[in-house]
Ligand binder design. Structure first.
Ligand code: C5P
Length: 294
C-alpha cells in the first residue's frame, strides 16, 4: 500500500555568515524553523526507481528526490526499487528548502517502505551528500545549523505562531548569492542567545537576529527589494529574508494586519499565510493517516 507524507518547508529565523571555508562553502550559524506549508510525497513498492512530479519542479532524475532515492537504494537496498510521486506546493528557488525537505522525506519514506533501519548517523551522512540543508529536515522544529548549515542541533521549540510567507515572482540561485557575498560582516549576534538557550519569550514580531545574505539579494533582485520595502511600509514588525530568498517572511504585532497584504504588493507576488510548527506537531502529522501499509 502507498504511503503519503507531508514534506514541510522551513524558514531561517536567523542566518549569520561566519566565514568562507576551504571547501568553497561558507561557515554558517543559522536558526531553522519548520512552517506548515508542505509538498506531498507518496512512496510505493516497485521493482525499479520511478519518480513522477506534479507541479513546478524538475522532473525525473534531475529532481533531488530521485537523487536521494538512488543514494538510499544503492546503500541500503541494492536491486530494489520504489515508485515515488511528488506533488509540489512549496515554491522552488524560494529559500524555503522545499527540495531539501522532499529529499529528507524520501530517505525516511523509503526506510519505512522497505523496512530498512539505517542509524541516524547513516541517514545524516546521505543527507549531507545531497545538500547543506537536507540534514535539518531529518530533525525539524526549531534547530541550530552550524558548519555548512548541516551540523544540526535541535533547540527548544518556540511557540507556534502565524506568519506570512511573501514570495516575489523570481527565483534566486543560492550558489550565486554566496559567490557574490563580500567578506563576512557582522560577527556573532548576541540578540539570538535567548533563542539558543530556550529562554526567549518574545513573539515573531520581535524576532532578534538578522540574515547576512539580505544586502546581496536585495541589490541583485529588484523584485525582492520591492517586496521587502513594501512589507516594511505595510507595518510588519519583522521582515526577514529566508535563506537566500526569494521568500521574505513577515510577522505583525497584530496578525490580523497581514490579512490584506496582497493589496500592497506587486502583482505576481504570492502571499501564503503559514504557521510555525514544533517538532512534536511535525512528528504527529508527517505521515497522512490511512496511507500506512500493513
Ligand atoms: O548544499 P547546497 O547545494 O544546498 O548549496 C548550494 C550552494 O550554496 C553551494 O554550492 C554553495 O555554493 C553555496 N553554499 C555556501 N555555503 C553554505 C551553503 C551553501 O557557500 N553553507
Amino acid at each position: 500500500m502507498a504511503r503519503t507524507y507531508r514534506s514541510f518547508a522551513k524558514i531561517n529565523l536567523h542566518l549569520e555568515v561566519v566565514g568562507r571555508r576551504p571547501d568553497g562553502y561558507h561557515e554558517l550559524r543559522t536558526i531553522f524553523q519548520t512552517v506548515d506549508l508542505h509538498d506531498l510525497l507518496t512512496v510505493e513498492a516497485a521493482d525499479a526507481l520511478d519518480l513522477v512530479v506534479e507541479g513546478e519542479a524538475p522532473p525525473g532524475a534531475e529532481n533531488l528526490v530521485h537523487r536521494a532515492a538512488r543514494a538510499f537504494l544503492d546503500r541500503f537496498a541494492r536491486g530494489r526499487g520504489a515508485r515515488l510521486r511528488l506533488e509540489k506546493r512549496i515554491p522552488i528557488g524560494g529559500g524555503l528548502g522545499g527540495g531539501s525537505s522532499d529529499a529528507a522525506t524520501t530517505l525516511v519514506g523509503l526506510a519505512d517502505l522497505l523496512g530498512v533501519r539505517p542509524s541516524t548517523g547513516e541517514l545524516l551522512e546521505i543527507a549531507r551528500g545531497l545538500g547543506a540543508d537536507v540534514p535539518y529536515f531529518l530533525v525539524g522544529g526549531t534547530a541550530l545549523g552550524l558548519g555548512r548549515g548541516d551540523e544540526v542541533r535541535p533547540l527548544p521549540d518556540l511557540p507556534e505562531e502565524t506568519l506570512w510567507l511573501v514570495v516575489p515572482p523570481v527565483q534566486v540561485p543560492t550558489a550565486a548569492i554566496f559567490a557574490a557575498l563580500p567578506e563576512p560582516v557582522g560577527g556573532p549576534d548576541p540578540g539570538v542567545a535567548p533563542i539558543l538557550e530556550g529562554s526567549w519569550s518574545g513573539d515573531l514580531a520581535q524576532l532578534p537576529g538578522r540574515n547576512d545574505l539580505t544586502a546581496t539579494v536585495l541589490a541583485g533582485y529588484p523584485e525582492v527589494r520591492t517586496v521587502y520595502n513594501a512589507l516594511i511600509r505595510a507595518g510588519a514588525s519583522c521582515v526577514r529574508l529566508s535563506g537566500s530568498g526569494a521568500t521574505v517572511f513577515a510577522a505583525f504585532a497584530d496578525p490580523a494586519s497581514g490579512e490584506d497584504l496582497s493589496a500592497s504588493l506587486p502583482s505576481g507576488t504570492r502571499v501564503i499565510r503559514a504557521r510555525t510548527m514544533s517538532r512534536a506537531t511535525l512528528e504527529g502529522c508527517k505521515l497522512i493517516e490511512g496511507t500506512e501499509g500493513g
